[in-house]
Design a binder for this molecule. Structure first.
Ligand SMILES: Nc1ncnc2c1ncn2[C@@H]1O[C@H](COP(=O)(O)OP(=O)(O)O)[C@@H](O)[C@H]1O
Ligand SMILES: [Mg+2]
Length: 291
């Protein structure tokens, strides 16, 4: 397939690299409202970076799964005037767990305690100071990948040594306290100023992480005032427009936000809650439309 320009055509662009259930449901939801989205595979996209405000009347729903492609396509399109949901600042902050942590702290959003270090030696020293068990997370990543539970020093030493043989991104050590919580977390979907639905995600057998990608299962979670307040606060802390907020119910500290997802999945949330999340996302995106 040849290259695609988003310079002409429909005002609402759905940018993707894989059409999953989520993207299909967004296209369908727009159709129901009489809107034909322009669906663009980021892999086929070329963007001239010197075209002024060529995309000033475009709204882009950024749905690319690939973090790096998504971030850079957002920078290009936003730089040329498009309203990208979510904007570049949100994508860059939420895509990095350390950056997000700092924004949560500044905004007074409760989040797990964390420590960072930049070499093998200092990472191990940091863990001695921080204490075990600790959770190691790549600053950039998703679906629970490469997140490890370090129960004691020997395990930590092995994991940290392995990381030293990886791409430099993995030499940025980011550790969190292991939060004592029920075997579940909460995923809340925020559209604009409202929490539209939430689910509990229970971890699968023999797994401590609750990502659905790791075999977890979902159940309905009521949106209490407390949940709503912390989700909106976390969303605002990172400037988010349409996001998925992940929280844990800490035995010691109550609700803690551990992540805001920039290109959130919502299939299971729709399945379990029945809320028309794609419809609400399209309505919200259209509020940015200048056509
Ligand atoms: N500090 C922590 N303490 C206990 N469990 C955690 C902690 N951080 C993450 N988890 C578990 O690991 C899962 C993945 O972590 P998360 O930070 O959301 O990374 P990812 O971006 O890969 O989803 C969470 O959904 C949660 O179940
Ligand atoms: Mg997560």
């Amino acid at each position: 397939m040849g290259s695609v320009s988003v310079g002409s055509g429909k005002s609402l662009i759905l940018l993707y690299d894989t059409i999953r259930w989520e993207e299909k449901s967004l296209i369908e939801a727009a159709k129901k409202k009489g809107i034909e989205t322009q669906n663009v595979d980021v892999k086929n996209l070329t963007i001239r970076l010197d075209d002024g405000d060529k995309y000033a009347d475009r709204v882009v729903l950024q749905r690319s799964v690939s973090y790096f492609k998504s971030l850079h396509a957002t920078a290009a399109l936003e730089g040329l005037g498009a309203s990208v949901i979510n904007p570049l600042r949100v994508a860059s902050i939420t895509g990095n767990k350390l950056f997000a942590h700092m924004e949560f702290k500044k905004a007074g959003v409760k989040t797990p305690k964390a420590i960072t270090a930049f070499s093998e030696e200092s990472a191990l020293a940091a863990l001695e100071e921080f204490g075990y068990p600790a959770v190691i997370k790549p600053t950039v990543g998703s679906w629970g990948r490469m997140i490890g539970l370090l129960r004691e020093r020997d395990a930590a030493r092995a994991v940290v040594e392995d990381r030293e043989h990886m791409f430099p991104l993995y030499h940025i050590y980011y550790f969190e306290e292991f939060v004592k919580r029920p075997p579940r977390d909460i995923r809340a979907i925020v559209v604009g100023d409202s929490v539209v639905a939430a689910i509990y995600r229970y971890s699968g057998d023999g797994e401590w992480k609750t990502n659905m990608a790791l075999g977890g299962h979902a159940e309905m979670c009521g949106v209490t005032k407390e949940l709503e307040d912390i989700c909106i606060k976390a969303t605002r802390a990172v400037g988010g427009q349409i996001v998925g907020v992940d929280l844990m119910e800490s035995e010691a500290d109550g609700l803690l936000v551990h992540e805001v997802n920039n290109t959130t999945e919502f299939k299971n949330t729709v399945r379990v809650t029945g809320v028309d999340i794609p419809g609400q996302m399209i309505d919200y995106a259209l509020t940015f439309s200048k056509r």
